[in-house]
Ligand binder design. Sequence first.
Ligand SMILES: Cc1cc2nc3c(=O)[nH]c(=O)nc-3n(C[C@H](O)[C@H](O)[C@H](O)COP(=O)(O)OP(=O)(O)OC[C@H]3O[C@@H](n4cnc5c(N)ncnc54)[C@H](O)[C@@H]3O)c2cc1C
Ligand code: FES
Length: 277
Amino acid sequence: MDNPYLPREVEVIERIQESPDTFTLRLRFTDPSQHASYRYAPGQFNMLYLYGVGEVPISIVSDIEDVHMLDHTIRAVGRVTKALATLKTGARLGIRGPLGQGWPLRQAQGQDVLIVTGGLGCAPSVSVIRHILRRRGQFGHLTILQGVKHSNDLIWRDQYTTWAKQPDTQVLLAADVTTADWIGQQGLVTTLLDDVNLAATRTIVMLCGPEPMMIATIERLLADGIPPTQIWLSMERNMQCGVGHCGHCQIGPLFVCRDGPVFNYPTVAPLLGVRGF
Ligand SMILES: Cc1cc2nc3c(=O)[nH]c(=O)nc-3n(C[C@H](O)[C@H](O)[C@H](O)COP(=O)(O)OP(=O)(O)OC[C@H]3O[C@@H](n4cnc5c(N)ncnc54)[C@H](O)[C@@H]3O)c2cc1C
Ligand code: FES
């Protein structure tokens, strides 16, 4: 990336409505040579720039081998994301990225992997799940725990069913409020840990979702004997520059855009849940 502030043009090649307020934009660079040379790691994000409206950080959810497409799953919550929701196939926008540090895939090789996510916090973990499942032999047992507030909030239901059928893979779902067709348990995502057999010394944990949920999960994992250095989490903060210059995403001495969004737990432990950070 030559100038980190200069967006490159991409085109929407497909738009998928995932739920009433969540959609996936499948993008391709309008310059084929840029598309061919674009590389990213699971857990990294792009700044999506809608001309004349604004720019937002959004995780990349496609697998790095899906070179023909670049997927971003977006929840329409405010000004820019609601405008992105109106885009149709053929629309053009800018992207800057890939940005930030992704998941610790080198450390996870040969280890069991536990992925715990809450709400749309799933987006940063989807690319790492796809990465592991495509390279199944390189990793140990894979456990995916997903919690949502309401069972209707779960997107990618079919995908969870498909993931659960993969070798050496366990998928457990929880919702605080459930409907009759719910296929998981009722309760918080942390309750799912009761049904998981963790080999504490060889499990790498990857967490994303609301901070209170991550804090509660970490407390439980530490009590279960998981060493703090084996816990990684993806953080979210309001962002502007995305490259460590403006300070908008700062937590203590760290910039979430540049030093994260994926952090090793001991690095952020003193800052988690502290008012003002
Ligand atoms: C590294 C990173 C990866 C992200 N990945 C995704 C993703 O894959 N999919 C997705 O839907 N969203 C993702 N987000 C969140 C997304 O960037 C925000 O929802 C978006 O910036 C909101 O912009 P807006 O203009 O639509 O809303 P605004 O009009 O700015 O705000 C609407 C509401 O969202 C809140 N908000 C604004 N920015 C954030 C933020 N960064 N985090 C949490 N709440 C915020 C505001 O406080 C307000 O309540 C990610 C954020 C980060 C930092
Ligand atoms: S967004 Fe500017 S420093 Fe992180």
